[in-house]
Design a protein around this ligand. Structure first.
Ligand code: GLU
Length: 446
């Protein structure tokens, strides 16, 4: 596809997928990177690789009925969008959050295809979830919901077909209930059908930590490319879920001080550095809000409805959710001296924010590269399941470190090759598209 064909192509994507703003945004960002690559590989245009990648292979929408603790019937909507399987079985998480709709799942699945390609592991891309809101729900309600969700989903997934995992609102507890129901319905202990499992029943060490650790490692690599390191730097990490917690832990292991994190109610500012053990206790054990962290720690304050991006820092890791960091926020970060941004969440920076970072020369690591450590470690979990093996923490973490270092190198070198040195957005999109595109050409028109 030539440059002048890109605009009409994008218009067609918008027309065919009405009202799906996040999906349009994700497609736009990739399409804008691809001109020189498509010129290099005329076969991609001939075979309509881009057009096919933007049309998911399969989209499943289903009803999820369940009974709450008061005996009332509840109905949610379930999704699984299987976007691309050129490189391997569909792979990607499930998100349970009231904001989930088809457009959100499609954007996440689309990003996942490229992210998974960057890992170099044999995994295609997909995503799923539900508008179910786990907040305030009892453990039994979550279990009943998960069982109903899997009662439909099981027929679409499998170790060689589609391998879901967690995302926002889906952690080891939910994966446990989902896996239990899959096992019951199919009468198969098919460990490799889901990743993010508990350590006692097929899970892998480091999977819990992997997305956050990987994002911090990507930031380390971006600094290393300029002969710098994290030691002594001040960082902020938005969010306080699984990704944020382990990004904070790894940043601090690497010598940075993380002075702020957040949830949807507000921001914790802790100039002494976030106490990760306390944060885990509040968020993972007590499942409480962040103000409880500040109540228990003298050095910390909690401010309701505050903007975390106004906290001065040199390194920023958005690890909460999509479009949480806009042009204004990017400008605040830049004005306050931030020079490195690595996305732990999926598409947390708006297009205006990305532009501001790139224009200011900030090292900006897009999510599909910077947060790929989670899904890469899911692929390592699948390897362990397939070989009925169990690796040590040290071994698995070393693999994760190598994978993140490789992804960084690939994006860095690809950006140079395509005339955009330092632009990891172009590096990631081009390198990933090239891998998927070659496989799609090889597999024929399917
Ligand atoms: N939800 C995670 C992501 O956005 C992990 C997916 C997986 O492990 O399959 O990459």
């Amino acid at each position: 596809m030539l440059d002048e064909k890109i605009e009409p192509f994008y218009d067609e994507v918008v027309r065919r997928n009405p009202g799906e703003a996040e999906y349009h945004q994700a497609v736009r960002e990739v399409v804008d990177s691809l001109g020189p690559l498509l010129a290099k590989h005329p076969r991609f245009a001939e075979r309509k690789i881009l057009e096919r990648i933007c049309e998911p292979e399969r989209q499943i929408i289903f009803r999820v009925p369940w009974i709450d603790d008061r005996g009332e019937v509840q109905i949610n909507r379930g999704y699984r969008v299987e976007v691309n399987s050129a490189l391997g079985p569909y792979k990607g998480g499930l998100r349970f959050h009231p904001s989930v709709n088809l457009g959100i799942v499609k954007f996440l699945g689309f990003e996942q295809v490229f992210k998974n390609a960057l890992t170099g592991m044999p995994i295609g891309g997909g995503k799923g979830g539900s508008d179910f809101d786990p907040k305030g729900r009892s453990d039994d309600e979550v279990m009943r919901f998960c069982q109903s969700f899997m009662t439909e989903l099981y027929r679409h997934i499998g170790e060689y077909t589609d391998v879901p995992a967690g995302d926002i609102g889906v952690g080891a507890r939910e994966i446990g209930y989902l896996f239990g129901q899959y096992k019951r319905i199919t009468n198969r202990y098919e460990s490799g059908v889901l990743t993010g499992k508990g350590l006692e029943w097929g899970g892998a060490l480091v999977r819990t930590e992997a997305t956050g650790y990987g994002t911090a490692l990507f930031a380390r690599e971006m600094l290393a490319a300029h002969g710098r390191d994290l030691d002594g730097l001040t960082a902020v990490v938005s969010g306080s879920g699984n990704v944020a917690i382990y990004a904070i832990e790894k940043l601090q292991q690497l010598g940075a001080t993380v002075v702020a994190c957040s949830d949807s109610d507000g921001v914790v500012h802790d100039p002494a550095g976030i106490d990760v053990a306390l944060l885990k206790q509040v968020k993972e054990v007590e499942r409480a809000r962040l103000d409880r962290y500040a109540e228990r720690r003298d050095s910390a304050t909690h401010r309701q409805a505050a903007n975390i991006w106004e906290v001065p820092c040199q390194v920023a890791l958005p690890c909460a959710t999509q479009n949480e960091l806009n042009g204004y926020d990017a400008k605040s970060l830049i004005d306050n001296g931030c020079t490195v941004v690595a996305e732990g969440a999926n598409m947390p920076t708006t297009p205006e924010g990305v532009r501001a970072f790139l224009d200011a020369g900030v090292a900006f690591g897009p999510g599909k590269a910077a947060n790929a450590g989670g899904v890469a470690t899911s692929a390592l979990e699948m390897q362990q399941n397939a070989s009925r093996d169990r690796w040590t923490f040290e071994h698995t973490e070393a693999r994760l470190d190598d994978i993140m270092t490789d992804i960084h190198r690939l994006c860095f070198e690809t950006a140079e090759e395509f005339g955009a040195p330092g632009n990891y957005v172009i590096g990631a999109n081009v390198a990933a598209f090239e891998r998927v595109g070659h496989a799609m050409v090889a597999l024929g028109l399917i």
